[in-house]
Each structure stands twice: as C-alpha cells, then as structure tokens.
Design a protein around this ligand. Structure first.
Ligand SMILES: *Cc1c(COP(=O)(O)O)cnc(C)c1O
Length: 398
C-alpha cells in the first residue's frame, strides 16, 4: 500500500474531525518519526506536548512493559501497589495536597468543574444550582459538551448545544475584567496560565500573581489547566511556578502519560478535594496500575533529565535564533521554553502552507488557527537537532 492508499482508507472509514498532514507515520524514536516511505522527520509537535519525554522513551517503555507483565486494570474497587507512589510524587512535586487520577485532559477538567461547584455550595454557601465559573476567552480545555459550551471558538461549539450555562467568559490576561466579573455566585476562575491552542498566548508579566491575589480576596478558587503547559513545557516544571507558589486546583494530562498512554489528574488543596466522597466521582481506567507506573516514571524523567531546565535554555536559544532570521513572512514570535508560536503574515501565505513546506524539509509541525505555526519539540531534543531545524526554517522563511 502506498501513502495515498492509507489516506483513502482513512477517508472512507474515519470521522472527518481531523485534517492531518499527508504523511503516514509508522515508527518513532526520541525526537524523530519515520513514514512508510522511509522518510525521517524531526517531530516539532510532540503530539501537542504529550511526547515531551521523546517517542518511546526507554525508561517509559521499560516501566510500561514491566507493569504490563504484572497487573493491568483491576479498577478502583481495589487498592493497588502502584497508585499511591504516583500520587505521592505528583503531590510533592506540585506542592498540592491531593490528586484525583483520570485519563484524558478533558476528564480532568470535568473533575475540576465538579469539585469547584461543590466547593461553592458547601464552603461558600452559593445558592443551589447558581454556582458560576469564570473562564478565559480563547480558552481550550477539551471537547466534552460542557467544555465546548464555554469555548469562544465557534468551530468547537457550533450545533453541539444546548449548553447549560454556569460559565462566564472574560478577556484573557485582563485583571480589570476579572475583578468586574466576580459576583457572590462565582466559585472559581478556571484558566490556562498560558494559552496553547489559542496560539501560544503569554499573558502580561505579573498577571497570574495578581489574579491569585484577587481570587483570594474574593474567596474564588484559582484553578489552572496545565494539561499542555505542565511537565516542563514552558521552562518550569509547571507554568504557575513562573509566578505563584501554587493554585487552589491544578489540571494535568498529556505529557503525564509519557507519550504512550492517557494519564491525567486533577490536583487540589485538602479543602477543595474534600468535596468528593466515595461514589461521587470516578473513572474505570483512571489511576490503573499501568497509568500509575507510567505517570510516576514520567515525573522521574522530568527531574532526572532536567527537562524544564533544558526547555528554558534551548527554548530561549531557538526563539532568539528564529527572531534573528528576520523573515518577511513572520509578524510575531512568542513563547516560553520549548513552546513557540510563530505568526505568519496572512497576506503572504498561511500557517498550514508553512507546515506543509516544513514537512518536505523533514520537520513535522502543525498550525493552530490560520496564522500560527506552533513549535513544541520533545524536551529531550539536542542543540544539534535544533540547529539542524533552524537551517530548514531559514530555507523556507527567508
Ligand atoms: C489538550 C488539552 C486539553 C484536553 O486534553 P484531552 O486529553 O485531549 O482531553 C485540555 N486542556 C488543555 C490546556 C489542553 O491543551
């Protein structure tokens, strides 16, 4: 079968909810992936940051195989010898008190929403069914009906209603808007500390710190979605660490699964997590021994391989070198760590066209919206690999 045959078969049998680049991948190792024609590509997307530790990281692979030979999915009806160690390490690393394991990012966001509302009724005495949650314009928190209901992106929500409400969107990075939006019925502000799908949007310096002060003053929970920014992506273990000690709630996913398995978590302080009693929430696969073994190993790798430090240092280097290209196609370059958004002048070409040209140069990345090329390589990437990528970027951007 040839590349086009694979594409045609997918077209016949798959829902049309993605628009992939026309490449059929069959192998991955470290920062590289190979297609069925034998072409090799540097992965500049890392599965939207899920593969921060590199493709088939040896230590992840070993942990997975070891656990696969021992115990798979017994459900949370029973304790296991794996989950506690993962929870302990994650709580110590984030400085949060407790964690609730889930599988996908969206499920962890749903967990946060449930916890925040219950906290609103039980600790803030918000009248029954009146709890309101503030969210940021341009947010991305996943694809469940509740979550797309408070998205500001029409593509994500069109004809998926009715949406039940309980959310209010405020401009991102805007302190005054937050203050104005807080009413006695607001239980939480759920936001990304830096926005990913929106196009790598970095809020003004000091914003998050002030947000926390305002939330504290008004008895509003600050819950951060770090599904994409967490695990070293922005140059710190977690993006909140650029500005604050810890939020009230923290949502993790993607890279927590070591690039091989869905592992997500909602973390909170004791009071917030105390709203869950047995039976009130759960997940059949959440926190299973395979997920726990992989989650624990991904945290070990984050620390042992100094992924956050690498991200900060190499990210700065890459961003500055891209700026130095002085490309006529580029209108803006932003980023934190190895997480860079490049805006392409829509009068000249599209971000998708740039991604397509990069594919032919041996680099895979993906546009987000029409104008932004997102760069997010595995955090294990070497300076030599970055320099090679810069040569390719230069060859199409000058
Ligand atoms: C990817 C993402 C999610 C959703 O994660 P899924 O595993 O796809 O459900 C939620 N929040 C943010 C910030 C994300 O980037």
């Amino acid at each position: 079968m040839k590349t086009q045959d694979y594409i045609d078969r997918e077209k016949t049998y798959l829902a049309n909810n993605y628009h992939p680049l026309p490449v059929i991948l069959k192998k991955g190792k470290g920062c590289w992936v190979w297609d069925i024609e034998g072409n090799k590509y540097l992965d500049f997307l890392s599965a939207y940051s899920a593969v921060s530790a590199g493709h088939l990281n040896k230590r992840i692979q070993k942990a997975l195989i070891r656990q696969l030979k021992t115990l798979g999915v017994p459900s949370r009806a029973f304790h296991t010898d794996q989950l506690g160690a993962f929870a302990e390490k994650l709580c110590l690393l984030t400085q949060m008190d407790k964690m609730c394991p889930m599988n996908t990012g969206a499920e962890a966001v749903e967990t946060a929403i449930k916890a925040a509302r219950r906290w609103g009724y039980r600790y803030k005495n918000i009248p029954k069914n009146k709890a309101k949650i503030l969210v940021s314009a341009g947010n991305f928190h996943g694809r469940t009906t509740t979550i797309v209901g408070f998205s500001s992106e029409d593509l994500y929500r069109q004809d998926f209603g009715p949406f039940d409400g309980g959310f209010k969107s405020i401009p991102y990075g805007d302190i005054d808007a937050l203050e104005r939006a807080i009413t006695p019925d607001v239980c939480a502000y759920i936001t990304e500390p830096m926005q990913g799908e929106s196009g790598i949007i970095i809020p003004p310096k000091g914003w998050l710190k002030t947000v926390q002060e305002i939330c504290k003053k008004n008895n509003v929970l600050l819950i951060l979605d770090e599904v994409q920014t967490g695990m070293g992506r922005t140059g710190k273990d977690f993006a909140f660490q650029h500005e604050i000690d810890r939020p009230d709630g923290l949502i993790l996913g993607k890279a927590l699964g070591g690039g091989v398995y869905p592992v997500s978590a909602f973390l909170a302080h004791n009071e917030l997590m105390s709203v869950f009693e047995p039976g009130s929430h759960g997940s059949t696969f959440g926190g299973n021994p395979i997920a726990a073994a992989i989650g624990l190993k991904s945290l070990d790798i984050l620390k042992d391989e100094k992924l956050s430090e690498r991200s900060a240092e190499l990210g700065n280097y890459l961003k500055n070198e891209i700026k130095a290209i002085n490309s006529p196609y580029i209108t803006d370059i932003r980023g934190a760590g190895l997480w860079i958004g490049i805006d392409i002048d829509p009068k000249k070409t599209t971000a998708r066209e740039i991604c397509s040209q990069l594919q032919h140069k041996g680099i895979l990345c993906k546009e987000t919206h029409e104008v932004t090329v997102r760069i997010a390589p595995p955090l294990t990437i070497s300076k030599k690999e970055i320099d090679w990528a810069l040569e390719q970027l230069k060859s199409i951007l000058i």
